[in-house]
Design a protein around this ligand. Structure first.
Ligand code: NAD
Ligand code: DEZ
Length: 371
């Protein structure tokens, strides 16, 4: 059994070899020649899988270490009996951490509190649900828009995207990218939608670049319809729009899901899929664990003000990678490949917190205590 693995998917070396013969390839090398005798592929979002590289190969299973799956040609796979699997929820907590840190940073910069602000969440799946939890931890009011869920579950707890635009101080998008579903998301964020914003919101795109029309974002920011732009996902990655980059208040190279925990989960889910599909024992997976953080203790008393926000930023602060991306946007993909994955909040113990702070920090996922 031959498994071809995208070389930059971490946590697999030494483990995947217990499941079959393994070849590691760069995404660009996933071509017909290299895949002709492969049985299973472990891929990333930058590894396109379609007729161009799959036709005539022996690939039976494609498993991607990502939540998104818009890089897989689902029609081709269906027509050719190739099974594909994504890794639902693998990095949902990582994206929630990204949103929590980005909002903490904006709260400090804008000298405001998040408490009492309204956040509109568009797409309330694995990620959106986690974002809701962190927003509620900060004392924010939550509006939720998810037409596919509303259709199945009824309208209770959901609202229209227009209501979100009208009432929200923060609007954050967590939908898949698709063009031909019943509720398509390609350019969901467009001129028409942005014009409906009434509270000059902060807008976050950490789902897929093409969910937003870059030109519309640029226009809305220039016209002051949007207060701040937090952009992790860009149209046309890795060749991103430089004007949008300069207008973004927080700009990151598609790393919102890149926690060590999320990467490890994604890799594990891929091997679990291979294990189930080819009926291979999976004990080896127990060894896959993210590394402990360098310093797992955070003393909140080191901070004079904004103690909860600054604690959140200790777990992950987007400012560092933001600065590097602005200096070298041409290195977009290299920055992603060489990124050092932070641990999520659950890997940190916070000491010296007040009762009120403990309540918020524990809801954010930290292990907080007073001593
Ligand atoms: N930036 C990153 O690193 C990163 C990390 C993880 C996921 N993502 C992206 O975020 C997306 C969502 O991830 P997830 O794990 O929550 O997926 P998910 O499938 O669990 O949830 C997506 C939700 O969006 C809803 N939805 C679909 N179309 C919609 C529409 N037109 N309007 C509103 N809601 C709609 C779905 O009903 C679903 O509830 C992924 O598909 C991926 O593209 C990005
Ligand atoms: O869809 C996802 O899970 C995310 O966008 C993910 O973080 C992409 O990561 P990559 O495949 O580029 O490593």
């Amino acid at each position: 059994m031959k498994i071809v693995i995208e070389a930059s998917v971490p946590y697999l070396r030494g483990i995947a070899e217990q499941f079959g013969d393994v070849e590691y390839l760069q995404s660009n090398d996933f071509d017909k020649e290299h895949l002709k005798d492969a049985d299973a592929l472990i891929i990333r979002s930058i590894t396109k899988c379609n007729a161009q590289n799959l036709e005539g190969t022996s690939v039976k299973l494609i498993t991607t270490a990502t939540a998104g799956f818009d890089h897989i040609d689902q029609t081709f796979c269906k027509e050719n009996g190739i099974v594909w699997k994504n890794s639902p929820g693998c990095n949902a907590d990582a994206v929630a951490q990204y949103v929590a840190s980005a909002l903490s940073l904006m709260a400090i910069r804008l000298k405001t509190s998040l408490e009492g602000l309204t956040i509109g969440i568009v797409g309330v799946g694995h990620v959106g649900r986690r974002v809701e939890l962190i927003a509620r931890a900060f004392g924010m009011k939550v509006l939720r828009n998810d037409p596919p869920r509303e259709e199945k579950e009824g309208s209770h707890g959901f609202c229209s995207i227009d209501e979100i635009m009208k009432k929200s101080d923060v609007v954050t998008f967590h939908t898949p990218l698709n063009r031909d579903s019943k509720f398509p998301t390609y350019h969901l964020i467009n001129d028409e939608l942005l014009k409906k914003a009434q509270k000059t919101p902060i807008l976050i795109n950490a789902c897929r670049g093409a969910v937003a029309d870059s030109k519309a974002l640029i226009k809305a920011k220039n016209e002051g319809i949007i207060k701040a732009l937090i952009i992790d996902c860009w149209e046309g990655e890795p060749d991103i729009n430089r004007q949008l980059l300069s207008l973004a208040d927080i700009a990151t190279p598609h790393i919102a899901g890149f926690s060590a925990d999320g990467k490890c989960n994604g890799a594990k889910m891929c091997l679990e899929n291979i294990s189930k599909f080819f009926d291979i024992p999976s004990e080896a997976l127990r060894k896959m664990q993210p590394e402990d953080p360098e310093n797992p203790l955070i003393n909140i008393n080191q901070f004079e003000d904004n103690r909860v926000y600054r604690t959140q930023l200790e777990s992950f602060n987007p400012e560092k990678i933001d600065k590097i991306l602005r200096l070298h946007p041409e290195n977009f993909e290299t920055l992603r490949k060489t990124y050092s994955y932070p641990r999520e909040m659950k890997a940190y113990t916070v000491r010296g917190a007040s009762e009120e702070e403990i309540a918020v920090l524990n809801k954010l996922g930290f292990n907080a205590m007073s001593y």
